[in-house]
Design a protein around this ligand. Structure first.
Ligand code: FDA
Length: 310
């Protein structure tokens, strides 16, 4: 892993740096390259543009780690508004939403799991009424068991709810086995948080090897794998494993983040693959932006220039 990854991820959780950086206008180039805007309208516009190119979308209203129930309520309202606008524009056939449980109350002391489950149910109900689905993002390892428990509860009423698993965790191959059943939508990513050696592979190659093992389990299984990576090698391996396991195009999908390798997103879609773009939007872009910078420290100088010129 890059030497800069850990320090940048530490900054991602610093409230002082967050305060400084968050005064940057959302129009700063470094922000708009990863986030289309702060409003629901900007996210829905970006969805419509991508749909014109044959791409699917998942919308993420930015925010995480809230300890405030009122803030969690506002996040739920933002999702309901997004679903309503997507439906009004006829976009829900190809656009769903991604939700971080910590943004809808999971981190609230004592009552967090209950609050997050109720809120997630509200969003799942609205998504179903709009003709689409919800995927639960996965956050740091201290929340994995609780998030999977909430997923199990939600799937009793909303079996279409998607899960996310992170290949950098030692446990994930086993989690893939448990979730590779019919109808189970599972997004496999490498993982974006700073995790200790006791629970996560630290070496890039080891993470990649784990990613491939997990891909095999998911593609050989009965579920619907969502292959979330920008890594050209992982995309190539996933494509050949899909053929090896007799998977038709459309019985799995590729996923990439908004603004990252857009030409590759289009190329895959033109080759007949299902491709979904994850669009984050809203004011709380700080933590998201820092995780993207940690993955690509080459962008740090670009980031520093944006800060200085504000
Ligand atoms: P990695 O970062 O290892 O990069 C490998 C190669 O990909 C690079 O060498 C380069 O070739 C190419 N590449 C990567 N970034 C690029 C860029 N900016 N521009 C050009 N090329 C680039 N994480 C998490 O913990 N919980 C979650 O819920 C999610 N959800 C999620 C949804 C979706 C749709 C995606 C795509 C990703 C996530 N992630 C996530 C993030 C994920 O865990 C991971 O941090 C990033 O996707 C980066 O890992 P990669 O697999 O892309 O490869």
């Amino acid at each position: 892993m890059s030497l800069l990854r850990q320090p940048i991820l530490l900054l991602a959780r610093s409230s002082r740096v967050k305060k400084l950086v968050s005064t940057m206008p959302v129009s700063a180039d470094i922000v708009t390259s990863y986030v289309p805007g702060e409003t629901t309208e900007s996210a829905v516009e970006a969805t419509a543009r991508l749909a014109d190119d044959g791409l699917r979308v998942t919308l993420d209203f930015l925010g995480e780690d809230t300890l405030d129930v009122e803030q969690a309520d506002k996040t739920v309202a933002a999702y309901l508004e997004a679903l309503q606008q997507l439906a009004a524009r006829g976009l829900t056939r190809n656009a769903e939403v991604s939700v971080k449980l910590s943004a809808i109350g999971q981190a609230v002391p004592e009552i967090g799991d209950k609050v997050a489950l109720e809120h997630a149910r509200t969003i799942c109900r609205a998504a179903r009424n709009a003709g689409t689905t919800v995927t639960l993002d996965m956050e740091d390892h201290t929340t994995t068991d609780r998030t999977l428990a909430t997923l199990r509860e939600l799937r009793k009423d909303f079996p279409e709810t998607g899960a996310v698993l992170q290949a950098y965790l030692h446990r994930t191959e086993a989690d893939c086995r448990a979730l590779a059943y019919e109808g189970s939508r599972v997004r496999l990513c490498k993982g974006a948080y700073s995790e200790p050696e006791s629970v996560a592979f630290q070496d890039r190659l080891e993470v990649d090897r784990s990613y491939v093992r997990c891909l095999k389990v998911l593609l050989a299984g009965q579920g619907y794998p969502m292959i979330a990576t920008h890594d050209p090698r992982m995309v190539e391996i996933a494509s050949s494993l899909a053929s090896r396991y007799g998977r038709a195009q459309g019985s799995y999908e590729f996923q990439m983040l908004y603004g990252i390798r857009p030409e590759e997103q289009k190329r895959l879609a033109e080759a007949g693959e299902a491709v979904r773009v994850y669009i984050p939007y809203g004011r709380e872009w700080y933590g998201y932006l820092m995780r993207r910078l940690a993955e690509r420290p080459q962008n740090l100088s670009f980031f520093a220039k944006s800060l200085i010129s504000k």
